[in-house]
Design a protein around this ligand. Structure first.
Ligand SMILES: Cc1cc2nc3c(=O)[nH]c(=O)nc-3n(C[C@H](O)[C@H](O)[C@H](O)COP(=O)(O)OP(=O)(O)OC[C@H]3O[C@@H](n4cnc5c(N)ncnc54)[C@H](O)[C@@H]3O)c2cc1C
Length: 334
């Protein structure tokens, strides 16, 4: 990694890119030619250590940007659905419309819970890093530092991957709720739709978040965290959801073991996105149950809706993985 001082010349802006969205943030390619630069830190650590650390921070930032977009999409969709009248009533009263809105809100609350939990893990290990610069950590503190650094590393690709996909899904549904008006440039939903699109691409596409996450599926980190969450007490109202969630985790574990037993890297790569989503679905459902136990007035509805949604998702992925064999992959290749 290098430090470059722009006053020394040698760098040109190729051009300002013409983009689909995020027009408030100009993007350009920088071309370095005979630019003087200074080595920053140690040789050979630039990409694997410094840039990876930088990217983990940036990925959390994109996860937060995605939650903001999901919220904006939900707000616009809700306001329009309350206002728009068809067949003598507000469209929010049609089950097809309130179904969309409730799932948007559940994804938003689940995604935000995952973002905050990831940020919490990052805060804890970074605070311990800061203390370690001032004094020697006790053995217990060193263990905590390692534990939370690992949790932060394993949660960051989930937070970025899932929230960016949810932002896109919510932006899509926001336009759908607007009907034909949603296709017009007059409403904010078209901007949200265009702005959301980049979140699943930059700072690593969703496919690359999956590459980062899959090792925590196969090494058992996610299932261990999920089993820890199962021991967290919840309110009596949330108990039935918690027992359904335990069965979802069993399915995730069975699917993981089935894929691992094939000892086939291609099958693992092919099913990785589904396995990652199953882990994320279980984790987010737990976080919502915990939130709903503390503040039912804010989260009970989303906990119920998200559990129904996530349960169906886990079932779908488990069914797909169960029915898959090596020969099937040939049908997918182009
Ligand atoms: C608006 C904008 C701003 C940006 N800002 C910056 C910036 O500030 N700094 C910077 O360095 N970069 C920046 N980028 C670049 C951005 O990070 C990359 O475009 C992004 O990471 C995807 O890489 P790529 O375009 O090379 O796509 P590719 O790597 O060519 O990917 C193409 C497709 O192949 C898939 N794919 C590729 N490799 C794999 C794999 N191993 N496994 C599975 N699937 C794979 C991808 O998921 C994707 O679907 C910016 C891009 C945009 C559009």
């Amino acid at each position: 990694m290098f430090i470059y001082d722009k006053r020394q010349g040698g760098v040109n802006v190729r051009r300002i890119e013409n983009k689909l969205g995020i027009h408030g943030s100009p993007t350009c390619e920088l071309v370095y030619k005979n630019a003087r630069a200074e080595l920053c830190g140690e040789r050979k650590l630039g990409l694997i250590k410094y840039v990876m650390a930088l990217m983990n921070g940036a990925r959390l930032g994109i996860a937060a940007q995605s939650v903001g977009l999901s919220q904006a999409a939900y707000n616009e969709g809700l306001a329009y659905a309350k206002d728009r009248k068809q067949f003598g009533k507000a469209i929010i009263e049609f089950p097809a419309v309130y179904d969309m809105l409730s799932i948007m809100k559940a994804k938003l609350d689940a995604g935000r819970a995952l973002l905050y939990q990831t940020a919490r893990y990052v805060d804890i290990y970074k605070a311990l890093d800061d203390i370690a610069r001032e004094r020697k950590l006790t053995p217990e503190e060193r263990q905590e530092q390692k534990k939370y650094a690992k949790l932060a590393d394993s949660f960051t690709p989930l937070a970025k991957g899932m929230n960016s996909e949810y932002a896109n899904q919510n932006a899509y549904d926001c336009i759908q709720i607007h009907g034909g008006s949603g296709f017009m440039m007059d409403y904010a939903c078209q901007r949200i739709y265009r702005d959301a699109r980049i979140t699943s691409i930059y700072e690593g596409t969703t496919q690359l978040q999956t590459v980062a996450a899959i090792r925590y599926v196969t090494n058992g980190s996610y299932i261990a965290t999920i089993r820890d969450y199962e021991a967290v007490p919840c309110s009596p109202e949330m108990e039935p959801l918690l027992s359904r969630l335990k069965k979802m985790a069993d399915k995730f574990e069975e699917s993981t073991n089935a894929v691992k037993e094939t000892q086939d890297q291609e099958i693992l790569d092919f099913t990785a996105r589904r396995l990652m989503e199953m882990a994320a679905d279980c984790i987010m459902a737990h976080l919502l149950i915990q939130d709903a136990s503390k503040a039912p007035e804010l989260f009970a509805k989303s906990a119920h809706v998200y559990l129904n949604y996530a349960e169906a998702e886990v079932e779908k992925h488990a069914g797909f993985i169960k029915g898959l064999d090596k020969e099937d992959l040939a049908f997918y290749k182009r």
